[in-house]
Design a protein around this ligand. Structure first.
Ligand SMILES: [Zn+2]
Length: 146
């Protein structure tokens, strides 16, 4: 966990204020932050003055110690030499990659597959035997190998 101070202006009431956010998340340690990524509440803020909720876009580094893997969002070039670093270019990709690793899926095996066969599909979870990928109303199921 590493906190960073952000200066914000509420888009509705124009109130200026500072908030603290975690920009480095460790999957093993920061248990309270894990669901905030998956449900995306990490990337919104509610104004204390007028209660408007607005999007908050900022760099995040998410570390999975067991897999020795970093998922970065807007953090090109950072990471560790002994761990694999994967840069997510959009917030959607960042949340998806974190979701895949949280489920214990081999991200490096899935990414080339997604680039080819699964273009436009988003990882949608797993059960005991298969992985699910969704594109609007279409669902693709792949047999698990891990
Ligand atoms: Zn406001």
């Amino acid at each position: 966990m590493q906190e960073k101070l952000f200066q914000l202006v509420c888009p509705t009431c124009k109130q200026e204020f500072y908030i603290k956010r975690d920009t480095i998340i460790n999957h093993e340690i920061d248990e309270n932050l894990v669901p905030l990524v998956t449900n995306r509440s990490l990337f919104v803020h509610t104004c204390e003055n007028c209660k408007t909720t607005f999007p908050l876009d900022y760099p995040v580094l998410y570390y999975f110690p067991k897999q020795r893997m970093y998922i970065g969002y807007q953090l090109k070039g950072e990471g560790s030499i002994t761990s694999t670093y994967i840069e997510a270019s959009t917030m959607d990709m960042f949340v998806e990659y974190v979701h895949i690793l949280q489920d214990g899926i081999d991200l490096e095996a899935i990414l080339p597959l997604k680039d080819g066969v699964l273009k436009g599909y988003t990882y949608d979870g797993k059960d005991d035997h298969q992985l699910f990928f969704r594109k609007e109303e279409q669902l693709i199921c792949l047999k698990r190998r891990d």
